[in-house]
Ligand binder design. Sequence first.
Ligand code: G4P
Length: 196
Amino acid sequence: MNSLKQKILTEGKVLSDSVIKVDAFLNHQVDPTFMQLIGEEFSKRFTGSGITKVLTLESSGIAPAVMTGLSLGVPVVFARKHKSLTLHEQLYSAEVYSYTKQEANDIAVSKDYLDDHDRVLIIDDILANGQAALGMVNIIDQSGAALEGIGVVIEKGFQEGREVLRKHDIRVESLAAIESLSDGQVTFQTKEVLSQ
Ligand code: G4P
């Protein structure tokens, strides 16, 4: 998605060889009109998959997920990271370890909002090591729902997320795949590399 790549180049800040700050449009401030385009692009890519629900993880996944749900005309559920007061038996839960933050979080979704009639599209902001996505896949498995695929706004192609998900035979669509952040420069993978 060229407009997204442009935004990454002009508004992203490379913090190191492995981390890019995208607070300006994804992790802190959101441009709703641009986010709507992102939702429409995901919707287009997953048209015909019979999706009944979009699942994401709070907090930065919510904006692209809501816009995707709007475009597909389906509800959006966001997994929560913090312990709920609700009884554990009423939740699907999974542990997610973040290599970036070096901490483990329990994520949870109420059984009221996901079941074996659902066909689910996972949407997330950034795919790095794939652990957040795997946690959501685990929750979908517990619910008996079908997973149709995963859409991520930005894929860090030099980390293992895509490979981890490919081993689970999961369709992954990223709108911008970063090949490298070396020397303060962002370079993107080409479509050809992505589809290999
Ligand atoms: P994973 O989710 O793919 O396993 O990756 P990882 O554990 O490494 O990432 C943990 C958190 O850090 C995620 O956000 C992820 O989006 C974010 N992250 C990873 N690499 C980068 C990066 O280069 N730039 C930015 N801006 N974020 C990165 P999170 O904990 O879910 O945070 P949030 O949704 O509350 O914002």
